[in-house]
Design a protein around this ligand. Structure first.
Ligand SMILES: Nc1nc2c(c(=O)[nH]1)N[C@H]1C(S)=C(S)[C@@H](COP(=O)(O)O)O[C@H]1N2
Ligand SMILES: [Mo]
Length: 236
């Protein structure tokens, strides 16, 4: 998951990161870069509580100032080619194109995201359509219990319906004031901010509601089925 290798906590890496000053640009394996927050910002995040009472910074996480592109097999980013299928345990399955996605009610939101490789970004800005609105449009059946997010090249991620229907779960097409960039999932990704970020499938092609759970790409490769950052649900 970290540069396509499963992440294992490494003390030397954490000490290396601690030794860098705020704003330091770190070049990762594979050449991508990321920007560290200051220790003061990190301490504040650890001590601040969210409205739900949980700390802003989940246990063992450190802060980055921007999303770190984590890779994955990219899809066609052109909005004109985009199709999103909503199907499974629904009475009215449908497929929409990008223009139709933009015609649905749009939500702008600021939220924190947490990667299992231990970086967190606070106050990331997104625009998109609530998954609960797409579920309502598809006439979700009462038998639906889980959602499987489907992306190009067979990437999938499963989320319990309860978590997936939260108002901050969006099919996001804008980030940080601009159209979603290719490394972050253009033209649209799912965003599930309160679970580890691997659940937020980029280059999203389908939303499948299911009665029986179907563990996804990482969930079948040793990662936790649920992925709550505050419970450190990292490995299965
Ligand atoms: N389609 C797809 N979506 C994906 C992945 C992937 O490999 N393929 N990686 C996941 C992981 S492990 C993380 S941490 C986030 C990273 O998102 P970012 O690259 O925008 O930071 O995307 C998630 N979504
Ligand atoms: Mo990740």
């Amino acid at each position: 998951m970290d540069d396509s290798q499963p992440f294992r906590p490494s003390m030397s890496r954490r000490i290396f990161l601690r030794g860098l000053t705020a704003g330091a640009v770190v070049t990762a394996l594979g050449g991508s870069t990321y920007v560290l927050a200051s220790e003061e910002e990190e301490k504040a995040a650890r001590e601040t509580k969210r409205p739900d009472g949980r700390p802003r910074l989940p246990p063992s996480q450190y802060l980055l100032k921007a999303l770190r592109p984590m890779g994955g097999t990219e899809g066609d980013p052109s909005p004109g080619a985009y199709k999103l299928k909503v199907w499974g345990e629904v009475d009215a399955p449908f497929e929409i194109d990008f223009a139709e996605l933009l015609r649905m009610p749009q939500v702008e939101q600021t939220c924190d995201v947490h990667c299992v490789t231990k970086w967190t970004m606070l106050d990331s800005k997104w625009t998109g359509v609530r998954l609960s609105d797409l579920a309502a449009r598809a006439k979700l059946k009462t038998t639906a219990r889980h959602v499987v997010f489907e992306a190009v090249a067979g990437y999938t991620a499963n989320v319990p319906l309860r978590d997936a229907m939260a108002p901050n779960v969006l099919v996001a097409h804008r980030h940080a004031g601009q159209a979603l960039r290719v490394p972050h999932g253009a033209p649209a990704r799912i965003l599930v901010p309160d679970l580890y970020f691997w659940k937020s499938a980029k280059w999203l092609t389908g939303i499948r509601f299911v009665a029986a759970d179907r563990p996804g790409y990482w969930e079948t490769r040793g990662y936790h089925n649920h992925a709550d950052p505050w419970k450190e649900e990292r490995y299965g």
